[in-house]
Design a protein around this ligand. Structure first.
Ligand code: HGY
Ligand code: MN
Ligand code: MN
Length: 433
């Protein structure tokens, strides 16, 4: 089929333009439903969500599935040294930096069907649509499926995009999770940890990065607005805390003599909530993971491990909150006769979206007759790593009831299709410049 070069999707073109293409909504829905099979609980249904944790067999199967879809869209997927899946579509002027777009397919345990999956499959759907319509773009296009965005594995996150941004240090390859080192995990998904540096992208190696994602919060759904234009992505700090008390008989140890690690952990969890809520603002703090040992009803808990996560659009603000929590932990340790160690485990800087890319997204929504609203992202995304290397933009679609990281995560199919069309028109616009 002769390819027609697309000179711009949004402005009035100097020359007659082929009609702006539209994605195939039924095909996109089918692909979201098919991908959700990988990691579905035994005997479950679509409504039961997924557990497609990075580096598990479900993740491997999901990655094989999306690679097949990328091939059907006429591209040749490759896996970079960090384990990310990439595929390039040549442009009329192939010497230009590509428009890079995609998302992730790994999920949290007991997660939803749309987080990451929608953006990944919409990116593939956009390329499939251009392939089917024989449309060429001035710039090359590159789609990407980032590995281990969620960071349930190795308790960090944005792993593939961190490596691309040059922010994964080789010493991190020795970290162990679930009985394997990070190097083993990267090998398992087809990467090559010995050549990790090859996955690094230079500043300017793409014209812009775009990601379609569900909002994961409730503001678009509440306002009945179909498209969100992300202004910025929050900074995230994670701390691993270990509390050491003294395990002893729960019947014979008088209360005043106890050094109960779980009581100390409970005081600390309340302290996190109090400190984060005290001052006005959009900061959030969570103790979402806790492990008690020996975790036996008739033994006073001797040790607790927990993770504190803080988020806000200001790194400085969450750093100050972290320090206040640290000093409160020392006071709790004294009061409970325990030892509390709080170790910084991960930090991701906040990232601002590019104003011009935001305008492209808004123009794409307007061309489709869709209302849009600018908003921050309370969720972290690979886009915040790509913002280190070039202009970034994110498109949100509503999450029903603001629910995410849950089997009840849901976005309406019409909103998914709208988001994918806004992605397609924005890609075409940026690729024509
Ligand atoms: O945790 C997050 O914010 C994202 O969904 N990974
Ligand atoms: Mn996500
Ligand atoms: Mn997520």
């Amino acid at each position: 089929m002769k390819r027609r070069v697309f000179l711009g999707a949004l402005g009035a073109a100097a020359v007659a333009q082929p009609a702006a293409p539209r994605i195939d909504a039924a095909r996109l829905r089918r692909h979201v439903e098919e991908l959700s099979v990988f990691g579905r609980p035994a005997g479950g249904t679509f409504a039961g969500g997924v557990s497609r944790v990075a580096y598990t067999d479900a993740d491997l199967a999901g990655r094989a599935y999306v690679r097949k879809l990328i091939e059907q869209a006429g591209l040749a997927p490759r896996i970079d040294a960090a384990g990310n899946i990439l595929a390039r579509r040549a442009g009329a002027d192939d010497s230009l930096a590509p428009v890079l777009f995609g998302s992730h397919i790994d999920s949290v345990p007991s997660g939803g069907n749309f987080d990451g999956a929608l953006g990944t499959l919409a990116a593939i759907e956009a390329v499939q649509t251009l392939h089917d319509s024989g449309i060429a773009t001035r710039r090359p296009l590159e789609i990407v499926v980032w590995q281990n965005e969620e960071g349930y594995a190795f308790n960090n996150g944005l792993e593939g995009s961190r490596a691309a941004a040059g922010e994964m240090d080789p010493h991190e390859l020795a970290a162990v999770w679930n009985g394997m080192t990070r190097a083993d995990a990267i090998r398992k998904i087809g990467g090559d940890p010995e050549r990790l540096a090859d996955a690094r992208r230079a500043r300017g190696s793409f014209a812009c990065y775009l990601e379609l994602h569900i909002e994961q919060g409730g503001s678009l759904d509440k306002a009945h607005i179909p498209i969100g234009v992300v202004e910025g992505i929050v900074a995230i700090d994670r701390y691993e805390v270990e509390i050491r008390g003294f395990a002893n008989h729960a019947g014979t140890t008088p209360m005043p003599d106890r050094r109960d690690a779980l009581v100390a952990a409970s005081f600390l969890t309340i302290a996190v909530n109090e400190i984060v809520r005290r001052d006005p603002g959009r900061q959030v703090g969570t103790v979402g993971q806790i492990e008690v040992s020996p975790n036996v009803p008739n033994i006073v808990p001797g040790r607790v491990k927990l993770v504190i996560e803080l988020r806000d659009l200001s790194s400085r603000k969450i750093a100050a909150i972290g320090e206040e929590i640290r000093s409160r932990a020392l006071e709790i340790a004294r009061r409970t006769g325990t030892g509390i160690e709080m170790r910084a485990a991960a930090h991701h800087d906040e990232a601002l979206a590019d104003p011009e890319v935001q305008r492209s997204i808004e123009a794409a929504a307007a061309k489709l007759g869709l209302a849009s609203r600018r908003l921050p992202s309370g969720a972290g995304h690979d886009a915040q790593m790509m913002a280190r290397l070039g202009p970034m933009g994110m498109i949100f679609v509503p999450s029903v009831g603001g629910i995410s990281h849950s089997p009840n995560e849901l976005s309406r199919w019409e909103d998914c299709a709208n988001g994918a069309n806004v992605l397609l028109l924005t890609v075409l616009d940026r690729a024509a410049r």
